[in-house]
Design a protein around this ligand. Structure first.
Ligand code: PLP
Length: 354
């Protein structure tokens, strides 16, 4: 069989992103994909119960006005400063396509969200990955060279480390010719948002999601906030691919969730307190970890290899995340679940480590 004239030569070949496992078995303790252990706001349930299915014959509002306006109100922005998409993965993908359009490489850390290199590859964007320091921190000097754009999460994933707003500002300010994207998927769990800087810097885009802090990973809602020009450029690209990305139900549920500030704060404080409790327990069990400001803990055991703990936990139907990769191959990323789920994890760990 000849490959020379084969249609396969013209295929856009990519190595896809591997999402965390979603087990079919409902009886597992699932601490592997940073989902929120609590349900979304009760207002979301009310939307679903009152929804008129007859409306489904119509196309949705392509501008997602109700959702955009609710987000704008919550963050004290103009609606023209907000872009919404099908999870922040969709928003990030549109942002890569819109802003990383140079022959110069885009920069992001070596240890970070493992979707960035996949988008760069699929869109043929050159990139370089700058190594984090030994203690998994970003060195701002690495972001001072010529580049076609910059992206990193804050707090970073899967390390949980927060970088200071001063450092972020230094990077944004030092790169006026590039768009700097801060992926704030975990910012609500105790880190400081770069949102305060978007009016000061035209080249700063902040991306957040409903998947973690608002307990709506299954609904797929993400959003970007930045100056009006950035948002307009993203909308131009979006409307060149698919105008109708957000279903009416998604728009309504998202708007109600973002308006329920009290429930949001209550859920966040529960997760933060279970996280701090979990740090104590893990440390008693002989783990070391970074000072996570997210809803997960990136931990390494002093004697038992992470790969072995991962497998032993899986046998006990407790799923955590493990990457057999350089530099992080002895770490586990453990999502903060409910107090009961975490206590079950600690009991299992005690048994595995004894
Ligand atoms: C979870 C996550 C996302 C994507 O979340 P969506 O569910 O697509 O909103 C993006 N970036 C980071 C760093 C994440 O951890």
């Amino acid at each position: 069989m000849s490959l020379i004239n084969s249609w396969e030569n013209n295929v856009r070949k990519v190595v896809p992103y591997t999402p965390g496992e979603q087990p079919k078995d409902a009886n597992v303790i699932k601490l592997n994909t940073n989902e929120n252990p609590y349900p979304p706001s009760p207002q979301v349930k009310a939307v679903l119960e009152n929804y008129d299915c007859g409306k489904m014959r119509l196309y949705p509002d392509p501008d997602s006005t109700v959702l955009v306006e609710a987000i704008a109100e919550r963050y004290k922005l103009k609606p023209t400063q907000v872009f919404v998409g099908v999870g922040s993965d969709d928003v990030l993908s549109v942002a890569f396509l819109t802003f990383f359009n140079s022959d110069k490489p885009v920069i992001f850390p070596d240890i970070t969200y493992s979707f960035y290199d996949v988008w760069a590859d699929v869109y043929r964007i050159p990139y370089i990955q700058k190594p984090l320091t030994e203690d998994f921190r970003i060195n701002p000097k690495d972001y001072k060279c010529e580049n076609g754009g910059i992206i990193f999460p804050n707090p970073n994933a899967p390390t949980g480390c927060e970088e200071s707003l001063e450092m972020i500002e230094e990077i944004v300010k030092g790169n006026p010719d590039s768009v700097v994207i801060i992926d704030e998927a975990y910012v609500d769990f105790g880190a400081e948002s770069a949102l305060a800087l978007i009016d000061k810097y035209e080249n700063l885009l902040v991306i957040q999601t409903f998947s973690k802090s608002r307990s709506m990973a299954g609904m797929r809602i993400g959003y970007a906030m930045g100056n009006e020009k950035l948002i307009k450029y993203m909308n131009d690209v979006k409307f060149s691919i698919n105008s109708y990305t957000m279903t009416p139900l998604t728009q309504l549920c998202g708007a109600e969730a973002v308006r329920d500030e009290e429930y949001f704060q209550e859920t966040l404080s529960k997760i933060i307190s279970v996280r701090e409790y979990s740090k104590e327990r893990l440390s008693q069990l002989g783990f070391t970890f970074t000072d996570s400001k997210s809803n997960f803990i990136f931990a390494s055991h002093k004697t038992k290899p992470a790969g072995e703990i991962f497998t032993a936990l899986k046998e006990k139907k407790i799923f955590v995340r493990y990457w057999n990769k350089p530099r992080i191959g002895n770490h586990l990323r453990i999502t903060v679940g409910t107090r009961e789920e975490m206590d079950a994890l600690f009991a299992a760990l005690e048994d595995i480590l004894k």
